[in-house]
Structures are given as structure tokens and as C-alpha cells.
Design a protein around this ligand. Structure first.
Ligand code: FAD
Length: 414
């Protein structure tokens, strides 16, 4: 049986960060990864550009967790400037665009490749195609799959979202071998399925819109941004950011809907004035009057929904009434939410190992000396914008550093 100081299960974002920090603190480290290459998910982040980290001071407002304050404290425990210095020190330089941070290469693959190279140079062994199935602990020594032993074990095997990236809940199966169990798990940052009958007509339509999540008649979330309609429902950043709350509400049997507003009141006034003038001028069908008030396919689908005949050549009064109703709909139409698009389509997992079970400084489990837990398998998920990776990096840096006997205040990497 081969012995290491530290074994890390999972070469994803937090596992690689942990490996680099442990290696730089002179520990003998092994990282085990079930897929044929490390960091596959990292290469898919930010649509292949990697929205790498974030600088938010309103973390409490953008996190879902049973322990929001602990989650926010961990997120803020390595200040943004120091996180940037950590990435500078490993050769990943970033640019900022509208508050979002990306590697200057705009290529997520360069982030993955750099992390892997630095981990190897820091002294980590990485073994791929190695799915960890069993962990046990005997007299303070952890044993992994009866093949490797270590003094410190770091579980960085991610959550349940996107099994195609290696994450199918293995973290929870492994930790349950020590009696450690997660809270209820939900897909989050995921599209929502809706009861809209004409979804096929608007498949692929993108639109800027205000998105309001309504649970049992009460507005619980709103955000403005680009939404994307598809055959089953709706996604896009504002919808994804609402999806964790929606999933939990549905689970509790609550009635969930989305109000989508593609027109502002200012646009509404302008459009109604123009429609009136053209009605007086004459010669327009309803469809022609409404062309351009929103995406053509969306206008058509809503006409079907409202039983409006697009070919109708109305009188001035009739036309103004129909168009007025239609414009009102664009200011806020309701879609019943029937579910989420599931873990296979989710970017993150909501729920996980409770944060009050781990030491927030070191990420070590309070009841299991030498067992550390990082990243998405912890009960903290955040809004889009680089926040989930930020949490993964920070928990990885903390676990790797402390497992190796270092301290986060040392100048070893920043
Ligand atoms: C498509 C997509 C885009 C995203 N974009 C962004 C973004 O731009 N910005 C952002 O902040 N967040 C983004 N996220 C979320 C972010 O990628 C994750 O929250 C983050 O990677 C979690 O890090 P982690 O270390 O916990 O786990 P992961 O990075 O998921 O790594 C876990 C690793 O463990 C391995 N593993 C699992 N089980 C085993 C086992 N039994 N044995 C060995 N290895 C195992 C897996 O193969 C995987 O490599 C995105 C997610 C997805 C799916």
C-alpha cells in the first residue's frame, strides 16, 4: 500500500487548488481523479471562457445555504486581492468585463492546464481513470480503495450536477462511509420547465427581460437579464439564479410561477402611441402593428396564447384594445413552473454537507480529525458570476494549506 501525507479525491477546481497549496507547503500529495483528464468541468465553465472568480461584498444575498453566514464568511475569508495574487503566482492573469472576471486568454482550458501543471510542479502525483469507491480510517490513518493510505484525506469530488463531468454525488457516497450525510440536494443554476403550451414556437429565442419568481402568490426573487426560451421551458442567468429557490419550493409542494416582463413601462407608452397613430393611418393587420415590439417568434407565440388572429385588420378602437392587451402581456406574462431541467443540466448542486460540521478556517470535519471537505459538496451554492468557483478555490486553498501544516497568512503563494 503506497503512503502519502495527503490524498485528495477529485482533480476539479477545489481539488487542484488544494493540491497546489499542499504541495507548496512541502506535503507529499496524491490527487485521484475518476475521469481520463483532470479538471474537465473547469474547461466548460463560463461557456468555455471560465468566469473565474468574483469580487462581491453582498455575498449573504447571493448564497443558498442552511448556514448563510458561515458560507459568506468563508467566501470573504480570502480577500479578493489575495485571491488575485494567488492566481498571479501560478500564472493565471485575468481581465474584468462588466464586473465579471475571466482569464486574459478567454480560454477555460488554459486555466485547467495551468492548475494541473502547477500542481505537478508543486510535487503532487495525479492519477486519472481512478474512481475512488471506498474510504476507511484505521488508527488515524486513512485508507483509500485498499491501495493508498494517508494521514490527511481531502474530499473534493464535487456535487451531483453534471455526471458527464464526473460529478454524480460520489462525495456523498464516500462521506456516508463515515456516517456524514448531506442535507437534501437540489439542482441549481438550472433551467426551469414551464406549462407554456407554445414553447416549441419560441425554442431558441433570447430576450432581455425582468424575471420575477412567485411562490404561493408572493414575489421572492427578481432579476433583469437575458432569458433563453426552449422546448421545455426557460433558462438564462436570471432564471438560473432563481432556480434553487424554485426547486426547493416545488419540493415543498408550493405553487411556483415566473412573471416575465420584456417591456418597460416607458417602452409601453411609446409603443401604444405609435400603434394608435398607425391604426388611424390604416392598412395594418394586428401582426403588422405588433411586429418589432418584441422578438417575432415570441410575439407570435403570445398571440396564439391570447387567441389573437394575426391576420385581423381591426377598426381603430378594436385594434387599440387588442394591441393594448398584448402590450400589457409583454410587460408581464406568467409561466407556471413545473420543475427544473435536472442535475444533468444544472451548473451546481444546492445543499450538501452542512457548513457547521466543518471548521471554516481549515475545512476539517469537526468529528473526524484529518478529514477535509471542499467545494460544491458543501452546503453552499451561489448566483452565477464566478462565485461558485470562488468558493471552490477558497475552500481548496484552505484545506490544502492546513492539511499540510501551513497557515493561510504565510507568504508562500501571495
Ligand atoms: C457547464 C458549467 C459551467 C460553469 N461555469 C461556471 C463559471 O463560469 N463560474 C463559476 O464560478 N462556476 C461555474 N460553474 C460551477 C463550478 O464549475 C463548480 O461549482 C466547481 O467546479 C465546483 O468545484 P469542486 O472542486 O467542488 O468540484 P468539480 O470541479 O466538480 O470537481 C470534482 C472532481 O472530482 C472528480 N470525482 C468525482 N467523484 C470521484 C471519485 N469517486 N473518484 C475520483 N474523482 C472523482 C470529478 O471527476 C471532478 O473532476 C459551472 C458549472 C458547469 C457545470
Amino acid at each position: 500500500m503506497k503512503h502519502y501525507d495527503i490524498i485528495i479525491v477529485g482533480a476539479g477546481a477545489s481539488g487542484l487548488a488544494a493540491g497546489i497549496c499542499a504541495g507548496r507547503n512541502k506535503a507529499d500529495v496524491l490527487i485521484l481523479e475518476r475521469l481520463s483528464k483532470p479538471g474537465k468541468k473547469i474547461t466548460a465553465t463560463g461557456n468555455g471562457k471560465c468566469n473565474i472568480y468574483s469580487n462581491r461584498d453582498d455575498v449573504e444575498d447571493i448564497v443558498n445555504s442552511r448556514n448563510k453566514q458561515i458560507a459568506a464568511d468563508i467566501y470573504k475569508s480570502i480577500p479578493f486581492e489575495r485571491l488575485v495574487k494567488f492566481f498571479d503566482s501560478i500564472g493565471i492573469f485575468t481581465l474584468e468585463k462588466n464586473g465579471y472576471y475571466y482569464p486574459v486568454s478567454l480560454q477555460a482550458s488554459t486555466v485547467r492546464d495551468t492548475l494541473v501543471k502547477v500542481a505537478l510542479v508543486s510535487g503532487c502525483d495525479i492519477i486519472c481513470d481512478c474512481e475512488v469507491k471506498t474510504i476507511s480510517c484505521d488508527k488515524g490513518l486513512y485508507v483509500v480503495d485498499n491501495m493508498f493510505s494517508c494521514k490527511k484525506l481531502i474530499i473534493s469530488a464535487g456535487g451531483m450536477a453534471r455526471a458527464d463531468f464526473g460529478t454524480d454525488g460520489a462525495s456523498f457516497r464516500l462521506l456516508s462511509q463515515f456516517g456524514i450525510r448531506p442535507t437534501k440536494l437540489f439542482p441549481a443554476l438550472v433551467g426551469l420547465t414551464t406549462d407554456f403550451k407554445h414553447s416549441k414556437v419560441i425554442d431558441g429565442v433570447r430576450h432581455y427581460a425582468g424575471v420575477y419568481l412567485i411562490v404561493d402568490g408572493e414575489e421572492v426573487f427578481h432579476e433583469y437579464g437575458e432569458v433563453i426560451f426552449n422546448k421545455r421551458g426557460i433558462s438564462g442567468i436570471p432564471v438560473m439564479n432563481s432556480s434553487g429557490i424554485a426547486a426547493q419550493a416545488l419540493e415543498l409542494g408550493k405553487t411556483v410561477s415566473l412573471r416575465i416582463s420584456v417591456l418597460s413601462q416607458r417602452d409601453r407608452e411609446k409603443m401604444l402611441k405609435s400603434i394608435w397613430e398607425r391604426l388611424v393611418e390604416g392598412g395594418y393587420t394586428i401582426e403588422e402593428l405588433l411586429t418589432g415590439v418584441a422578438n417575432r417568434k415570441l410575439v407570435y407565440a403570445l398571440m396564439l396564447h391570447m387567441h389573437i388572429d394575426p391576420e385581423l385588420r381591426p377598426s381603430v378602437d378594436e385594434g387599440f384594445k387588442i394591441a393594448g392587451h398584448f402590450i400589457e402581456k409583454l410587460c408581464g406574462f406568467t409561466l407556471g413552473v413545473t420543475g427544473t431541467m435536472g442535475f444533468d443540466n444544472a451548473q451546481v448542486t444546492s445543499g450538501g454537507i452542512r457548513l457547521d460540521e466543518v471548521d471554516p478556517n481549515t475545512m476539517e470535519h469537526k468529528d473526524h480529525n484529518g478529514l477535509y471537505i471542499t467545494g460544491e459538496c458543501l452546503d453552499a451554492d451561489f448566483a452565477c458570476g464566478g462565485n461558485n468557483l470562488t468558493f471552490a478555490w477558497i475552500t481548496g486553498i484552505r484545506a490544502g494549506t492546513y492539511a499540510a501544516g501551513g497557515t493561510i497568512d504565510s507568504d508562500i503563494f501571495y
